[in-house]
Design a protein around this ligand. Structure first.
Ligand code: FE
Length: 198
């Protein structure tokens, strides 16, 4: 099997936000899609390692902000490569949707609010099926695709490095000849299979 074929599937990139009591949080996801129009429903798939995942499990509500091509790597560093368990990612003055949950107003072109209908346990991830309760177009930027991120947003790995493995998702470099099979990227939480040798 040629697993590289899996990279030919197209994806967008999104900031998923949630609110639980006073706690607001957000993370990056690449799996969000409309699945039916009547009723208007979508799915999101969220890594269980994300704190936002646990919040949505409890509150059953979220916003998806659709990143545009004007989003830079700092957006991914901020929402993707640190955990809301340790830092408050929502200190900036983010706008709030009708559901009371913040959305990301700049570097996005729309937000969509969802109310969870059901959850499916996928092992490492949970798939949430949700009713779309609100949505708004915000800007004119093209939606940021995963391949655009790979080509234009993610920093190129530094070539002077000796021997190691680079995460194809976020660019993190593991130094060493052999990458442990159970290695998890400390930045983006992707597994060893998403690393390639420098
Ligand atoms: Fe990574």
């Amino acid at each position: 099997m040629d697993k590289a074929a899996m990279y030919k599937l197209t994806y967008g990139l999104f900031v998923l936000t949630a609110k639980e009591g006073q706690k607001e949080n957000g993370c990056i996801i690449n799996t969000a899609m409309q699945v039916t129009t009547d009723p208007n429903r979508m799915i999101i798939v969220v890594n269980k390692a994300n704190y936002t995942h646990d919040m949505i499990m409890r509150t059953k509500e979220f916003n998806v902000s659709c990143l545009g091509e004007n989003a830079d790597f700092d957006v991914f560093r901020h929402f993707g490569f640190q955990s809301g368990r340790n830092v408050d990612k929502m200190t900036a003055d983010y706008p709030h949707a009708e559901n009371g949950i913040p959305y990301i107003g700049d570097v996005t072109n729309a937000y969509i609010s969802g109310k969870v209908v059901s959850e499916t346990d996928l092992g490492t991830h949970t798939m949430f099926l949700a009713d779309v309760t609100d949505a708004k177009v915000l800007g004119g930027s093209e939606s940021l695709s995963y391949s655009y991120y790979q080509k234009n947003v993610k920093p190129a790995p530094k070539p002077e490095k000796k021997t190691g493995w680079v995460c194809k998702i976020c660019g993190y470099v593991y130094e060493g000849e052999e990458l442990p099979a159970d290695f998890i990227c400390p930045l983006c939480k992707h597994p060893a299979s998403d690393f390639e040798k420098l």
